[in-house]
Ligand binder design. Sequence first.
Ligand code: ADP
Ligand code: MG
Length: 551
Amino acid sequence: MAKVTGAQIMARALKDQGVEYMFGIVGFPVQPIAREAQKAGIKYYGCRNEQAASYAAGAVGYLTGRPGACVVVSGPGVVHGLAGLANAKENCWPMILIGGASPVRQNGLGAFQEERQVLIATPFCKFAHAVETPSRIPFYVEMAVRNSIYGRPGAVYLDMPDDIILGEAEESEVSYPKRCADPPRIAAPQEYVDQAINVLRSAKRPLVIVGKGMAWSGAEGEVRKFIDRTGLPFLASPMGKGVMDDSHPLSVGAARSHALQQADVIFLMGARLNWIMHFGLPPRFNKDVRIVQLDISPEAISQNVPAEVALVGDGKAIVGQLNKSLESIEWMYPKDTDWHKAIAQKSAANAKQIQPMIDDESAPTNYYRAFRDITPWLPKDAIIVGEGANTMDIGRTQMPNNAPRTRLDAGSYGTMGVGMGLVMAACAVHPDRPVISVSGDSAIGFSGMEMETVCRHKMPVKIVVLNNGGIGGGAAKLPDNPLEALPGHLTVGARYDKMMEAFGGKGYFVTDPKDLKAALEGAMAFKGPALVNVQLQHDAGRKPQEFKWHT
Ligand code: ADP
Ligand code: MG
């Protein structure tokens, strides 16, 4: 009779459940899991830091609809991997963290890297469990995968002690559950669908907010049809960008603050009124704003602002219902309202305000002048990763997305250092599409060592670092005594481009904006990973903001 190991069972169970990508760092006791996963046909990406590996797994889940896996060693490896669990939880992204653990028979003895791993993973997870015998691994894997993608997606954790990984079972006695089906598309009661349409019809200044829940549910076809059919102005959340084409005439992106503040009815679609949306509260929102809310999670309804109509269920299914109901209704939001005019005026005023910065040729450059060359250089089908405070915020306004799931950034958790993980995920899932990352200099530092990983894995990412020498800006020159530098100040003109060159990629250093375009084109022409390091004025910033306290 044939025996199989826990590692072999784990690999087959993951593959059976549609887990195609695994990131991690091997060592005691998970080396066999990664190796058996490779043999089972799962793509394994060996990373340099568990944080980046775990961020990648979450992003893979968002991009593919099945959880990405991250495998980490016991104790400190699991602790580092918690970063990605928390990030995935906050973003509602499915991922599965597989933590090696010290052998069960040594529990409590003070074993090597012994840690209460299920306990510490639990707050970040929808499901966290230790596997207690090799033959039950497939049961737990199916349960983990199902929990990660059903309902509001999120993170799950499986604890794999050394003696379970190496332990054996009779092959004939291991049963593998069938692949768990993609999440059911739950529809809303027709009565609520009708109510939602009535509320939208009664609006004077309506606004649709499209969030990443709609991107996750693959609702782009339905949302596009809905906006075109109703004529309702819309605002994309940061990662909701691309569900609707940013260049659509009904996008209010360039007058975001004004639209949020003045709207009388908001249709919140797969987005949350959290800090990113200023909690839906005054002064950023109208105090009497009426909310129609669509969300897969019933508990999310009425968070911070009571919803007048609750559409609980799947985004694609429910917007499809709305479209169906609209077939028998004459109404459309009128074309030339004062609301459209006010938004257009505000957009024009905002554009005028940044124009001097776009036109400024001084060296070193500023954010807006840099984006003047970066934006037209972006390939049409690019996946765009953005991170860094100003780099991400300004980049979001300057770099349009025209397709869903093409923007990845610090997200709901505001995680800095997430960029290289997102890059690895995008390159793994979309080997045939261009992946562009535009990062701040502080941000690239967190996981900069993953440049070795992208070079080794031949991931042809193009990274642009907007380098102002610090966290939120640096100094013109650092003081002779390093202890006298401000806490956020980093090396002036640090050569992140040389890091990329060290591992076989291509690097460019740009100190004058007149050389930026050529450097970008050179990077794009290079077949492998390339990094364009753009020196900025040390105090380059955003355009003046109306609500300073929020920036
Ligand atoms: P954003 O950052 O774009 O505002 P959030 O992550 O804050 O997005 O919110 C996304 C919301 O989408 C969550 O409340 C989540 O429950 C919801 N969601 C997740 N999956 C679906 C789905 N299939 N259909 C509708 N809503 C979904
Ligand atoms: Mg900086």
